[in-house]
Design a protein around this ligand. Structure first.
Ligand code: DER
Length: 253
């Protein structure tokens, strides 16, 4: 099965299971899989009042190109929670923790995911790993430009071998800028332990033995001065998270 077909199948299944046509506010993530999600929603959406919250410039373009109506995150009425947010991921582990940020939109993606009653991660089988950083090698981190040397040094002291500023030499000379006009650092780490791994004694998870548990590492990186957001989505603050994957035709949720 081709990867595009797997993305499309996961998107159609995710929308069939988690998009309720009576929804009024829906979060839309970034990347390529989300395009199939928006197409599937377009086919099922009948409520002209429904509004879609983008997670960045590309996400907003996908909404508009589908003929749907965007509303900016900071324009949402205070008391409004999104009925559901759909987004992709770069990798998903067995506890539905995600690596996100391959598309450099992780900050607004996390804002939107946390504002939703339910976060639905739509990912093809390549993303489906037992531990994060198995196939996708790095954690994307959004940082204030002036803080880059400080953050790179701090990441090395906590065990990242060769953290790098993300550049886009093909499209632009110099570092990539996010929708917030910040930079992205991609930090490699050994595969991240799940909380089940730590419970099973496979490591302390505090980096002292070279291995980090997902949540611990996310918190430690977040505390480095200059870091705006970390591309690890875990627990999603209690949001009911489900990941839909298409594994060569079979579906696992
Ligand atoms: O950047 C992100 O977190 C996106 O969700 C993205 O990585 C997913 O991209 P894809 O759907 O094109 O694989």
């Amino acid at each position: 099965e081709t990867i595009e077909a797997a993305k499309k199948a996961a998107a159609i299944q995710a929308v069939a299971e988690h998009f309720d046509p009576s929804a009024t506010h829906v979060g839309i993530g970034s990347g390529t899989t989300i395009v199939y999600v928006v197409e599937a929603i377009k086919d099922r959406s009948t409520n002209p009042q429904i509004r879609f919250v983008p997670t960045g410039y590309q996400s907003r373009q996908v909404i508009i190109q589908a003929g749907l109506t965007p509303i900016a995150f900071d324009s949402l009425p205070d008391n409004v929670m999104l009925d559901v947010a759909f987004d992709g991921a770069d990798e998903v582990d067995e506890e539905l923790n995600c690596i996100k940020g391959g598309g450099a939109c992780l900050f607004q993606e996390k804002l939107v995911a946390e504002r939703a009653r339910k976060f639905v991660c739509v990912a093809d089988y390549r993303k489906n790993q037992s531990r994060l950083l198995t196939n996708w090698p790095t954690i994307p981190i959004e940082v204030a430009p002036i803080s880059v040397p400080n953050v790179l040094k701090s990441l090395q002291t906590i065990g990242s071998t060769n953290p790098k500023l993300r550049t886009t030499l093909l499209e632009k000379s110099g570092p990539l800028k996010t929708d917030q006009d910040f930079f992205i650092i991609d930090a490699p780490f050994p595969a991240l332990l799940t909380s089940a791994d730590v419970a099973a004694g496979k490591g302390k998870g505090d980096g002292t033995d070279g291995k980090w548990e997902v949540n611990r590492l996310s918190q430690v990186i977040k505390e480095i001065t200059g870091v705006l957001e970390v591309g690890i989505f875990s627990g999603l603050n209690g949001v009911d998270a489900e990941a839909l994957r298409v594994k060569e035709g079979s579906l696992r949720t």
